[in-house]
Design a protein around this ligand. Structure first.
Ligand code: ATP
Ligand code: MG
Length: 381
């Protein structure tokens, strides 16, 4: 007898002929998440199994965070010949459970001496005998004891929900504008969940923003990289651009012009890293630079899709996700972001694109972007 984790995948089911490709990608990601645990991951009969763990809790925790995993079931594999032993094990696995249950037998070995309904009835009876707090309900049971008779017998009853989504890397790359705030890590996580490999760009205005602010962003990227399978963070020196904007542009447009520089630089990083789009943590109306007009004025400087997965979310909803993915505490550390220095007292909330372009025209836009690109430091987390 051995203990295993049976991994169930979700949306990959929809994939028709491409399914083997998605399953292989999922297995790679599960292996990546489990590195260092000494576990084995393999596929058998269209099912993914994990085995060889000392610490089931850690393994379960890591596997349930892998995008593409729908749920995991702690399972037992045993020789199928000894039906008494299988029933005894099933009864033991349900010890302490209350409420209703049924047995759900599946038999792919058609030479097995009992049919599925026979297994259901016999095993159900034995479980009842051993667990007087349980009752049978065939239609809406609270617990289902699954028995699969294949090359061996497999038993599982607990289903632990996982994150869902699709395996990272099966839907291309995108570049995340990652600040130290609450929103952008959540935005990156949501797009990565759909199978997208994330690159990050962070704008840093040393010495106006501190070394701790930069470290905080790298720590956030590290948190994300558990699910996102490694992230390259491009740290862009942004001080000179901000000083030039502060000194030469009308105050009401400074934030917007800064955001346009961010988008242009992020787009260049995206093209250099084979990304098909940009990701930001913006949500309509959250701040002056996120009104419809302001978003239009920042979008107009780039020619690739800009994904804003939080666009319709309230701050409280974003915070709930940040807590769930464990970035909230880090994001709440009080270090300055380059967005929060030199902020105008009265930013334009309904900026006209032509006015912004005019205000920006006094700057050597291309020269400033070039210099920033040359100063990029790439950190792999
Ligand atoms: P966050 O909570 O993620 O900081 P925010 O609500 O504070 O977002 P802004 O500061 O206006 O909003 O920034 C909007 C978006 O611009 C962020 O979600 C992020 O994608 C991007 N951004 C802001 N500051 C930076 C930065 N220093 N480096 C990279 N991207 C940034
Ligand atoms: Mg911010």
């Amino acid at each position: 007898m051995r203990e295993l984790l049976l991994v169930r995948y979700g949306e990959i089911f929809l994939k028709g002929l491409n399914r083997p490709y998605f399953i292989r990608a999922l297995i790679r990601k599960i292996r990546y998440a489990l590195r260092g645990t000494g576990s084995n991951v393999w596929i058998h009969d269209g099912r993914i199994f994990v085995e060889g763990f000392e610490d089931l809790e850690t393994v379960t925790d890591r596997v349930t965070r892998v995008f593409g995993v729908h749920s995991v079931c702690p399972a037992v594999e045993m020789p199928k010949e000894d039906f008494d032993a299988i029933c005894a094990k099933a009864a033991a696995m349900m010890a302490g459970m209350k409420g209703t249950f049924r047995v759900n037998a599946r038999r792919s070995d058609k030479r097995y001496p009992m049919t599925s309904p026979e297994i259901n009835a016999e095993m159900g009876g034995r479980i009842l005998e051993a667990n007087p707090d349980l009752r049978v309900d065939l239609h809406e049971p609270e617990h289902v004891m699954n028995v699969e008779i294949r090359d061996s017998a497999y038993l599982y009853v607990k289903v632990i929900p996982a994150v869902g989504g699709m395996p990272v890397g099966t839907n291309g790359n995108a570049t995340l504008l990652l600040s130290g705030g609450i929103d952008s890590p959540v935005a990156g996580w949501m797009i990565a969940k759909r199978g997208v490999q994330i690159n990050a760009v962070h704008f840093h205005s040393f010495p106006y923003t501190s070394e701790q602010a930069r470290e905080k962003v790298l720590d956030l990227a590290r948190k994300l990289s558990y699910s996102c399978c490694g992230i390259k963070v491009h740290v862009v020196p942004f001080t000179e651009i901000q000083l030039q904007i502060r000194d030469h542009c009308p105050e009401e447009y400074t934030t917007l012009i800064m955001r346009r520089f961010m988008m242009r630089i992020a787009e260049r990083v995206a093209r250099n890293t084979d990304s098909g789009g940009l990701i930001t943590g913006e949500s309509i109306g959250q701040v002056a630079s996120q009104t419809m007009e302001a978003l239009g004025a920042t979008d107009s400087v780039v020619s690739m899709p800009v994904f804003r997965p939080l666009i319709g979310f309230d701050k409280s909803e974003i915070i709930d996700i940040a807590k769930k993915i464990d970035t909230y505490e880090l994001s709440s550390l009080p270090y300055e972001d380059c967005c929060t220095i030199f902020t105008p007292k009265h930013p334009a909330t309904r900026p006209k694109k032509e006015k912004v372009e005019e205000a920006e025209a006094v700057l050597d836009v291309e020269g400033l972007i070039q210099a920033a690109m040359e100063g990029i430091e790439v950190v792999r987390v």
